[in-house]
Design a protein around this ligand. Structure first.
Ligand SMILES: [Zn+2]
Length: 682
């Protein structure tokens, strides 16, 4: 769904307003799309490796910083953005707002996180009461209560309990249960028989051992506890769905009441658990992975209480480590940063504290951010672009050979019904009732977690709030939400290299235009097509359409499966299919919209020696310029539904005749694909 995540994006204000603040004034006001020998590598033939041709210079100038596992032009924007958000937070802190005010909360949250001396002195005392609670459990009733208590604090021990739109009645909010409980990012790491996974399993056990040692166990005991927890998690992994299964909305739609839950997972005390969450019993609960919940219930009955305690201790330690003293932070980094992602050093502390402040008070910070950095002119230009993209997509739908007339009609209706959110929400969330002080960083995080949990639980049984945003305005990203049939572009993505307020059209269509098209196609891809225009899971395609669509997308699957990302490791064309369709579709649609904008005239102006069509493709490519560590390539290939930067460029472009034409690429070129072998979907 998201461009990155993990999600998966402002400066524009600086381009027009005198109010632009200290940060980035110099750089941002001067930012123009630049395609010169400086940022490109003109020694590379564009038909051999367009990604490198377009970005070679950029990649040399931006070597990987030691605290990053991946760094691209996208991240560069996110980094600049963080500096802007930091100035907002520091200003709020400097104002020393009254107790209970937004400035007080933002200021104290950030200040408590930055007070490393105090945090180091406290060691693990902030979690001691939680650990005592766990170690004091004497029966299964108390175990259930504790699992609920941890969930309420969003320390999610086994499965997420949350609120979500009902996929088949998308205007209503119901409860949801989703598998969790693993300390490594995917079930495969526990189950795969290969050297890389085995190494990570050892590193993970070392991490758990360190955590247990840090809370006072001797080395032998700590190592035994780690083994016990690892064996427990392996059972959870065996019961977990694969990522691919989780992409299937039908497989993960299993709505039931409490009685149904008790039927599929009879051993677990569901009423007791719901009571512990301090919510009313939800009438409807979607259980995304019933077999996982059944396995958890079985373990609930069979595993020793002592094993449960070891596991729950490890959950609390893992999930709070980054907010405790430095020895915990370092252990956390050694596994998640170094072993998992290949980072060489930790980010400066202010960045992680800033992320958590954003997590806790996102829309409050966002409100200040928008006032400071988001100019009305950017919104106006985006509104126009989005509508032009909508027209362009409509024209492409009309031209499709493979889609039936009946489905085309429904596709037009769905396209017309897509709601668009740009910049920031029309109403802001209030943080009244959220308690934040400058006493304890961890206490603030948990306070915010409980506040959010209660906020989300209150939605169950209510109509979906259509004005709600699922990303803050200061996030460099964008998303399509299938159950709402809406596309959302936070203020922060409306900056270079995505959006140039005073840039030429070809570049804006190539960059943000493709992003808009990308998000739109998500409503029609292998997953999005399962949702109708009202956001309900409901097939509106004929069988023949599905068959033809699958034939066409299979070409894309095969093309990406052939990309060798590391020696012997290949991209996963199936896992990344939805995103790859969106990249290719976004390019085709935005290209169409750009052509429309010319009104039949030719744009003969060359900039930096490149024609408008060339700049369209160069701007697209620049968005994905990046350097990535090998370990991160291995991890992302397994867990990320998005392709790596080079494949996001060299993957879709050779499927477009317009690309060959723009750069005079000939049949003998390595990137060339014969017309009959190209993927053409939108
Ligand atoms: Zn996407």
């Amino acid at each position: 769904m998201k461009l990155y995540h993990i999600g998966l994006s402002v400066i524009a204000a600086c381009l027009t307003l005198g109010a632009c603040q200290v940060t980035n004034k110099e750089t941002k006001t001067l930012i123009k799309p630049e395609f010169t020998e400086n940022d490109m590598d003109l020694s590379v033939d564009p038909g051999s490796d367009f990604y490198e041709y377009a970005n070679g210079g950029w990649r040399k100038q931006h070597p990987l910083p030691d605290d990053k596992s991946r760094f691209g032009s996208f991240d560069l924007l996110a980094e600049d953005n963080k500096k802007m958000v930091r100035s907002i937070i520091e200003n709020a802190a400097a104002e020393k707002g009254e107790k209970g005010s937004i400035n007080q909360k933002i200021g104290d949250f950030y200040a408590a996180g930055m007070d490393l001396e105090k945090i180091n002195q406290a060691g693990f005392t902030p979690i001691q009461p939680l650990l005592d609670k766990i170690n004091g459990i004497s029966n299964r009733d108390e175990l259930t209560q504790l699992i609920a208590y941890l969930q309420k604090n969003q320390l999610t021990p086994l499965f997420h309990f949350y609120s979500t739109a009902d996929q088949k009645n998308s205007k209503m909010t119901i409860a949801g249960i989703y598998q969790s409980g693993l300390g490594m990012p995917d079930r495969d790491y526990y189950l795969e028989d290969n050297e890389a996974s085995e190494k990570l399993r050892q590193a993970y056990k070392t991490y758990l051992t360190t955590l247990f040692t840090l809370v006072g166990n001797d080395a032998q005991t700590a190592s035994e506890l780690a083994e016990e927890v690892f064996a427990f998690e392996t059972k959870l992994a065996e019961a977990s769905n694969s990522r691919l299964d989780n992409r299937d909305p039908h497989k993960t739609y299993n709505k039931m009441g409490l009685a149904g839950l008790s039927e599929i997972a009879p051993e677990f005390q569901w009423s007791n658990y719901i009571g512990g969450l301090e919510i009313n019993t939800p009438a409807e609960i979607n259980v995304s992975q019933p077999q996982f919940i059944a396995a958890v219930a079985d373990m609930y009955a069979k595993e020793e209480l002592s094993t449960w305690k070891s596991f729950l201790n490890s959950v609390v330690l893992r999930k709070t480590a980054s907010a405790l003293s430095e020895d915990f932070v370092n252990a956390n980094f050694a596994f998640y940063g170094e072993a998992m992602s290949g980072k060489k050093e930790q980010e400066p502390r202010w960045k992680t504290v800033l992320d958590n402040t954003n997590g806790a008070l996102g829309e409050a910070v966002g409100q200040l951010f928008v006032a400071e950095y988001f100019p009305p002119a950017a919104k106006k230009r985006m509104d126009d672009l989005v509508e032009n993209l909508r027209v362009g997509f409509g024209m492409r739908i009309d031209q499709l050979e493979w889609m039936s007339d009946e489905t085309k009609k429904a596709a037009h209706e769905k396209l017309a019904a897509i709601r668009v959110k740009i910049g920031y929400p029309s109403k802001w969330r209030d943080y009244l009732g959220l308690e934040i002080s400058n006493e304890s960083y961890l206490a603030n995080i948990l306070s915010s977690n409980r506040f959010d949990f209660a906020f989300n639980m209150a939605k169950i049984g209510q109509a979906v709030d259509q004005e709600e945003w699922h990303m803050t305005p200061q996030t460099v990203n964008a998303y399509y939400n299938p159950v709402a049939n809406e596309i959302v572009f936070p203020a922060a993505i409306l900056q270079p290299p995505f959006f140039y307020l005073d840039g030429d059209d070809a570049v804006n269509y190539g960059a943000i235009g493709v992003v808009i098209g990308h998000e739109m196609t998500h409503g029609f891809d292998d997953k999005g097509r399962l949702y109708a225009k009202d956001g309900n899971l409901n097939n509106w395609w004929t069988e023949e359409d599905v068959k033809k669509f699958n034939e066409r997308t299979q070409i894309l699957v095969n093309q990406y499966n052939a990309f060798e990302v590391l020696p012997g490791q290949f991209a996963d064309g199936e896992l990344s299919l939805g995103e790859n369709i969106a990249d290719l579709g976004g390019l085709c649609i935005s290209y169409q919209a750009y052509q429309n904008s010319l009104n039949g005239k030719e744009n003969t102006t060359k900039i930096d020696g490149f024609s408008d069509y060339q700049r369209f493709f160069l701007a697209y490519s620049r968005v994905w310029a990046q350097n990535v560590r090998d370990k991160e390539i291995a991890r992302l290939t397994k867990v990320d539904v998005h392709s790596l930067g080079d494949n996001r460029v060299n993957g879709p472009l050779p499927n477009m005749e317009e690309f060959y034409a723009a750069f005079n690429i000939e049949e003998k070129s390595p990137m060339y694909i014969a017309p009959e072998n190209r993927a053409s979907i939108w």
